[in-house]
Design a protein around this ligand. Structure first.
Ligand code: ZN
Length: 362
């Protein structure tokens, strides 16, 4: 039996707009009432919440004959992609960390756009709506429903200590758990914490790091990896939030050189798009281009060949609620426009491309 934790409430935080829907019951309600998309419950989370996915423009499902590892080692890597490239598959995954609700908001607004032609604010986004129809789009609006269920609706105006507590938790002695400290445990020892934070699921596992082949610990990571292999994903967008400025992170160096290069190009394009709309201050990107991190994104690439990128939105109140959502739309438009010019994962090319030294350097 899991130790049960009460929700972490921060009284001083302001009200959210009506369209900022991030609570598990709100997510369930929207997902239960979709008409156009094909909804699935991929699994029950450790805390017994449903993990939802919805697919648009699914296309014909042709039986897969080879996995990515084998196809990528053959002379015909494209054989992996039985569904072809005429409609690439984009998987958008939000809410892996419960205290980072911005991606959940963006995912639910995107679903509304695909269902009704307007987002939850009642606003049309014609360019984005047209772009989305060029792709098979799979949206997982909230992976870590357990973490979400105990975290505030937003953290705008929270102190640093409150932000860390909501995100990574608090030890029984009252000290908050640091970001890197939280990664010394897998799972987080739940008996030793007063609050586990929104990072882990109810079993204490940070799903973002549940990626060891053959030793997966969570139903959530198992479902995500299985879905990506099955859907033959070309682009995997993993929506998170941090305490700094929004940024699109390229894959770590532990990946195909072509994917790292493409990730860098998309990073620059998005930053340019934000800049031209005066949505970022210059020179403040918390981005480490030479990381060798291995995480769930790496595993998504390993089982599908997909280009897998993390977008970090922000939990701070430097931007308005509307701007946070608009920045997600700009992200989606920027990458989806780029994907029409060149496919996200041209599999025959990525396995042959040489790593260009220094591609990550700006
Ligand atoms: Zn995160």
């Amino acid at each position: 039996m899991n130790k049960k934790f009460s929700a972490y409430n921060i009284k001083e935080l302001g009200e959210r707009p009506k369209w900022w829907r991030v609570r598990p019951e709100e997510i369930n309600q929207q997902m239960q009432n979709l008409r156009r998309g094909q909804t699935e419950v991929l699994c029950q989370t450790a805390g017994d919440h449903p993990l939802w996915a919805v697919t648009y423009n699914a296309g014909e499902k042709i039986k897969q004959t080879v996995n990515w590892s084998a196809a990528g080692s053959s002379s015909k890597p494209d054989k992996f992609k039985t569904s072809g490239y005429e409609r690439q598959t984009v998987v958008i995954c939000a809410g892996l960390h419960g205290a980072e609700p911005e991606g959940v908001v963006a995912a639910l607004n995107l679903i509304s756009l695909m269902e009704n032609g307007i987002d939850l604010r009642g606003i049309k986004h014609e360019n984005l709506s047209v772009l989305l129809e060029n792709y098979t789009v799979v949206i997982m609006p909230c992976v870590n429903m357990d973490g979400r269920s105990i975290c505030p609706d937003h953290l705008r105006g929270a102190t640093y200590e409150q932000f860390r507590t909501a995100s990574q938790g608090m030890w029984n002695n009252g000290n908050y758990i640091n970001w890197q400290e939280s990664k010394e445990y897998f799972p987080l020892p739940l008996d030793e914490v007063a609050f586990p934070g929104g990072y882990p699921n109810s079993d204490g596992f940070n799903i973002m790091h549940d990626c060891a082949p053959g030793c997966l610990k969570t139903a959530e990571a198992t479902a995500i990896l299985s879905l990506n292999e099955h859907k033959q994903t070309d682009l995997f967008l993993n929506l998170h939030s941090c305490e700094a400025s929004p940024v699109l992170l390229p894959p770590s160096q532990f990946n195909y050189g072509a994917h790292v290069e493409r990730g860098n190009q998309l990073h620059r394009k998005l930053m340019q798009a934000f800049k031209s709309r005066k949505l970022i201050n210059q020179g403040q990107q918390p981005w480490s281009p030479n990381s060798y991190v291995i995480n769930l994104n790496t595993a998504v690439t390993m089982c599908s060949g997909a280009l897998a990128l993390t977008y970090e939105s922000t939990v701070t109140d430097k931007w308005t609620f509307d701007q946070i959502l608009e920045m997600h739309y700009i992200l989606f438009e920027t990458v989806l426009e780029d994907g029409l010019e060149k496919s996200f994962s041209p599999r025959s090319e990525i396995v042959k491309a040489k790593i260009k030294q220094g591609v990550a350097a700006e």
